[in-house]
Every structure is written in C-alpha cells, then in structure tokens.
Write a protein that binds this ligand. Structure first.
Ligand SMILES: [Zn+2]
Length: 107
C-alpha cells in the first residue's frame, strides 16, 4: 500500500535555516513523515511530540540522584525514559567525578 506523501505546500520550513527547499526523507517508526532540508541537510519531523528534557527536570533528576533515590524511581518520578536517565548519569559520572578512583586495593 502506497502512503500518501505530503504535497510541497504541506512541507514545513527548516527549523534550523528557515529554507523551504524540503525533501521528504522517509517516515519515523510511528509513520510520521521525516523531512530533510536541501540546504543545510537538517532532518526533522513537522510537529515533534517530544523535545529535549528541560533544564528544570534535569535539576530535579540531579537532586534525586543526590538523595540516592533508585534510578527506576527517578525515571518514574521525573517521567523520563530509563535509557535517557542512564545516559545522563553516565555523562555526570564521566564529566563530574572529582578524582580518578584508580585500581582497587588488594587486601
Ligand atoms: Zn535547513
């Protein structure tokens, strides 16, 4: 079955450079058309349902991590995905560990 492709008038302008030379670049896993800008090559969807995690939510996650709340509990409280949370924790660990732990001591 062939899906109806959006007419050129339905194509949104590029969110990065504002160009209207937009190419249809397949569909997402949920069937929403993907677009690609012919000028800057940016790929995007017309009306994204999700965006980046806001800074306020990241701060909440940091506070919960400081309280040593379990990761699954943090994901439920802050309504973030577990995969995003694990990547966030890994990033904090990699960039903000104040010292190098070094090899374990043998007793
Ligand atoms: Zn563009």
């Amino acid at each position: 079955m062939q899906e109806a492709s959006p007419k050129p008038a339905d194509r949104p302008p590029c969110p990065q450079c504002g160009s209207t030379r937009i190419h249809i670049h397949g569909v997402t896993h949920s069937g929403t058309p993907n677009f690609r800008c012919c000028d800057c090559r940016r790929r995007f969807v017309a009306d994204p349902k999700k965006g980046p995690v806001p800074a306020a939510k990241k701060e909440l996650v940091r506070q919960l991590l400081a309280e040593r709340v379990a990761l699954r509990a943090i994901a439920r409280i802050a309504k973030v995905s577990r995969s995003w949370l694990q990547a966030f924790v890994n990033d904090i660990y990699q960039n903000e560990t104040p010292w190098e732990p070094g090899p374990l001591k043998k007793n």
